[in-house]
Design a protein around this ligand. Sequence first.
Ligand SMILES: Cc1cc2nc3c(=O)[nH]c(=O)nc-3n(C[C@H](O)[C@H](O)[C@H](O)COP(=O)(O)OP(=O)(O)OC[C@H]3O[C@@H](n4cnc5c(N)ncnc54)[C@H](O)[C@@H]3O)c2cc1C
Length: 300
Amino acid sequence: MQEYDIVIIGQGPAGLSAAIYTARAGMKTLVLGCDPKVAGEYDIDNYFGFPEAISGKELIGRGAAQAGRFGAVLRCDQALAVHFGDDGAYIVKTASGEYRGRALVLATGVSRKKPGISNIDEYEGKGVSYCVSCDGFFFKGARVMVAGEGVFAANQALELKEYTPDVAICTLGKKPDIGPEYLRRLELAGIEIIEKKIESLRGEGRLEAARFDDGAIREVRGLFIALGDASSLDFAYSLGVITRGVFIETDTEQKTNVPGVFAAGDCTGRYLQISVAVGEGAVAARSAIAYVREARQGAP
Ligand SMILES: Cc1cc2nc3c(=O)[nH]c(=O)nc-3n(C[C@H](O)[C@H](O)[C@H](O)COP(=O)(O)OP(=O)(O)OC[C@H]3O[C@@H](n4cnc5c(N)ncnc54)[C@H](O)[C@@H]3O)c2cc1C
């Protein structure tokens, strides 16, 4: 497993800004993620220092080059899960490997997709969960399903196998976007992929079954939502980071309630602008650098 001082999840303005500061301070830095939304051909008209506007793509490209110049490692790789390591560090599992970081900066922007299941709100906390590492334990031996079409959902389903043998994935009517390696792992684990939409959920007081759009009913005690890519919010759930709706709660130093975990940019839900993301990234970096230095001093 590769080891870093600081692992930053997100290669948007917040993550890259943080990386410029951490790498420049001599911290071994890894930045995960690719193709941020802003990195299109959109003209950014209101970012300081570009009177003729600059495209999102060029701005991000410049930020990435700058972080790279100071030694940050930029990897176009998707984080799937984050866990506590046994030595106070954090383990980030990605689509292609695992990395250990002494500190973690969450900067994935905000993307909370809700599945279009009519009465899902009634069952949240009563069978519907957004976090396998928080709630999987409560479904030991039960029949469960993961809703999602990507590698994130596949990884959640595989993690659920630690608790119960009866796991399926429902892609909510989408084509699976899982890739051959994870498809093979799912097959080996005996995880069925159901390509139907879920119309509604059923159960007296707690989840007992899902009704698909073709009228079929599948009995399930647990439904884990894992749409698209994992977001900072998903990582926050599994680490016990305090959230505020779809956003991550931080103090003015971008610290979360969990030591060594920082958050910056749109995922903190302040003013969703590049200038703010860049500023929060710098502050998160300063806090993460101080945290790592302190941890080093305390190390035997
Ligand atoms: C079309 C559009 C136009 C905009 N125009 C402006 C503008 O003119 N001015 C302005 O100030 N703001 C603008 N914004 C808002 C601005 O883009 C955001 O405020 C800013 O990009 C937030 O930066 P961020 O780093 O927090 O998140 P993002 O830019 O969203 O970056 C998030 C990063 O996280 C990565 N990521 C997500 N999930 C994972 C995962 N599981 N593993 C690894 N990486 C992951 C993504 O790939 C991406 O690299 C615009 C936004 C859009 C969509």
